[in-house]
Design a protein around this ligand. Sequence first.
Ligand code: SAM
Length: 275
Amino acid sequence: MDFISQQLQKQDEYHRKDQRIKANDKQVIYTRDHFATEFDTNAYLTDFYTKIDDPAMQLVLTFLPSIVARLPHRKRLLDFGAGPTVHVAACFRNNVDEVYLADFLPQNREELKKWKNKESNFDWTAALRLLLSREGKDWSLAKSTEEDARNKVKDIFYCNCFENPSVKCPSELRGKFDVVTSFFTLEYCSNTLDEYRTAVKNVVDQVIPGGYYIMGGILEETWCSFGGRKFTCLYTTKDFVIDCLRQASLEVDDEKTYLMEINGMFLVCAKKREN
Ligand SMILES: C[S@@+](CC[C@H](N)C(=O)[O-])C[C@H]1O[C@@H](n2cnc3c(N)ncnc32)[C@H](O)[C@@H]1O
């Protein structure tokens, strides 16, 4: 091999190495410390709520309507860690009088406010059609379903699962929510099992005694990608999650608790003890 060929080969190798480093950069796994800068609200909505085949959206919109149908009509729902999403509000539109949405990130609360004021560009049709299908209703009701949900949403709050109280709301609402939901949130916020346990307790503290806590999440996973980025996720098991729910004053047993596990995800609905 002559000198020029050697130099070209070296250049080529260097270029390929450079490309690999750039490719690895894209594979950076972000932590909760990067949420504020790396959580892209629009990309998140597009990734999860425009493709009706996304397993997480399928899980919630397939099984939540059947839980809602079995619960008694209640006054207040809080969706804790709602992100920029309103599909939970849509699921409960006929079963509660008031819906409150709460999220940690300002960009998500901003999107929720835009939606409430009819200024959002995001099209919820795909998710609403999936919900209507589960309810055995016609797709032509998508617009009125969204309107009904919008009218039920009374306020949008800041929340933080590591604070107690975990939601920044007027004192008359604090700890007075009849139903609290939280989907795909606590395992992304927690770095340790102890933190996760504390987070569950802080969120369940917002449920009124005799009310219900509904949670969905990922099991036995260490990362998850959304909005084109990878984020760390706390590795939990079903038994551990159940133990946390029990310690947070929820009744968890085979008879009374709705608990399902599918494709590495879980959905649970448990009643809070009266005393
Ligand atoms: C994966 S998103 C889930 C959003 C929505 N519940 C859904 O199912 O699509 C996780 C959410 O956790 C929120 N979050 C991050 N840190 C939090 C904290 N310390 N307390 C409560 N929520 C937090 C983020 O703002 C984000 O909206």
